[in-house]
Design a protein around this ligand. Structure first.
Ligand SMILES: [Fe+2]
Length: 134
């Protein structure tokens, strides 16, 4: 799951560790506490992490040189951010969340995104040729 880019890998470690802590504590936490940890700690940090990656995309020339890859990568960040926004709105309106389902979604999304889009971006940052998607 390593991209080979220190700053990105460090942030991924924080995200994965936070999610693992939430999963381990799942049975012992009440729903409000869990919803708070997910939205504040994990999702807040994910949005901060996206900003880091997007800054690197701009500075490294990835947006220009790998426009298709970058567009699909950014679309994934955007879709995730929109989901976070709607979750926050739901929590603020007092809607009940399927926290186990949400945790599963976060786990699958995070691992899938890191192993595919972020690893490809990392290869570009390390100067390797990135095979363009069709
Ligand atoms: Fe990413």
């Amino acid at each position: 799951m390593l991209t080979g880019v220190d700053e990105i890998d460090r942030q991924h470690r924080v995200l994965v560790n936070t999610l693992n802590e939430i999963i381990v504590c799942l049975p012992d936490q009440d729903d409000d506490e869990l919803a708070e940890r997910i939205t504040r700690d994990l999702l807040g940090y994910a949005l901060y992490h996206f900003e880091t990656e997007q800054g690197l995309m701009l500075r490294s020339g990835y947006l220009r040189e790998c426009a298709l890859d970058a567009a699909s990568h950014l679309a994934q960040h955007r879709a995730f951010s929109e989901r976070v926004e709607s979750l926050r709105n739901g929590i603020n309106r007092g809607l009940e969340l399927d926290l186990e389902g949400l945790t599963r979604f976060l786990h699958d999304w995070l691992i899938g995104h890191i192993m595919n889009s972020d690893v490809r971006f990392g290869r570009f940052l390390r100067g390797e040729t990135v095979e363009l998607k069709a």
